[in-house]
Design a binder for this molecule. Structure first.
Ligand code: ZN
Ligand code: FE
Length: 261
């Protein structure tokens, strides 16, 4: 199998998973990068997985469905280009013999879903996560339709996946996320080393993704909002009392990031 991020727009990735029996793409905001990749590899597009309704994730769905006859899967709770197979928490999307488990991850949008392929079902034995705009490397999606409480719960569910899980996010936001993460946790050495590694990748024009769940647990402030180090800086920044509830700390962290330059 091969797993490649196809660049689209300014900073989107359309993930393409290719097996001998065909290809799967995730969140094709535009069709051209996918059609080009299919032509290069002489592959058949079997399925399109959609995580949420935003145009930069669904803009290419109709063209690709028409050109290839691919099956489309997407969140039951959102408006996705029809026809598609609606999915929700606990459903399994079976594509090319691979059973993708669906996890509800509301927050960025109200009906956002993620697709998880466990180790035993992955062709190379390494678990795989397509998380759209919910979890980014070093960050998380903006709260357009959901509450901080929902997003914290969604990120908790993703953080609980196996550490070796490859995290396939839909945007290359890593470097700007890590600049913010360093402001939140200036003494996190793992984070500092990860930032240097990611800067070196981007300097060579390479993606910083996929990340890993265990990496994100060590460096992503939005998965670490209950850590004393994060509570301390967020509390000082937002003027929270020391005993502030977890959701208040998370909300203040997200707000701080929104205004961070
Ligand atoms: Zn989005
Ligand atoms: Fe997006």
């Amino acid at each position: 199998m091969t797993l490649v991020p196809l660049p689209a727009f300014a900073d989107n990735y359309i993930w393409m998973l290719q097996l001998e029996s065909g290809a799967i793409v995730v969140d094709p905001g535009e069709a051209e990068p996918v059609l080009d990749a299919l032509a290069r590899s002489q592959a058949r597009l079997a399925a399109i997985l959609v995580t949420h309704h935003h145009a930069d994730h669904v803009g290419g769905v109709d063209v690709l469905r028409q050109a290839t006859g691919a099956m489309v899967f997407g969140p039951a709770g959102e408006t996705i280009p029809e026809p598609y197979r609606p999915l929700g928490d606990g459903d399994v999307a079976e594509v090319l013999g691979l059973p993708f488990s669906v996890i509800d991850v509301p927050g960025h949008t109200a009906g956002h879903i993620a697709y998880f392929l466990p180790a035993h079902a992955a062709p190379d034995g390494v678990p795989l996560l397509f998380c759209g705009d919910t979890l980014f490397s070093g960050g998380c999606g903006r709260l357009f339709e959901g509450t901080p409480q929902q997003m914290l719960h969604s990120l908790d569910a993703l953080a609980a996946l196996p550490g070796a899980t490859r995290v396939c996010c839909a945007h290359e936001y890593t470097l700007s996320n890590l600049r913010f993460a360093r402001a939140v946790e200036p003494t996190n050495d793992t984070l500092a080393r990860y930032q240097a590694d990611c800067e070196a990748l981007r300097a060579r024009g390479l993606p910083t993704l996929p990340s890993r769940i265990d990496t994100e647990r060590s460096i992503n402030p939005f998965l670490r909002s209950r850590q004393d180090s994060v509570r301390a800086t967020v509390g000082a920044h937002a003027g929270l009392p020391p005993q502030a509830p977890d959701t208040d700390v998370f909300a203040a962290l997200r707000q701080w990031k929104n205004n961070f330059r």
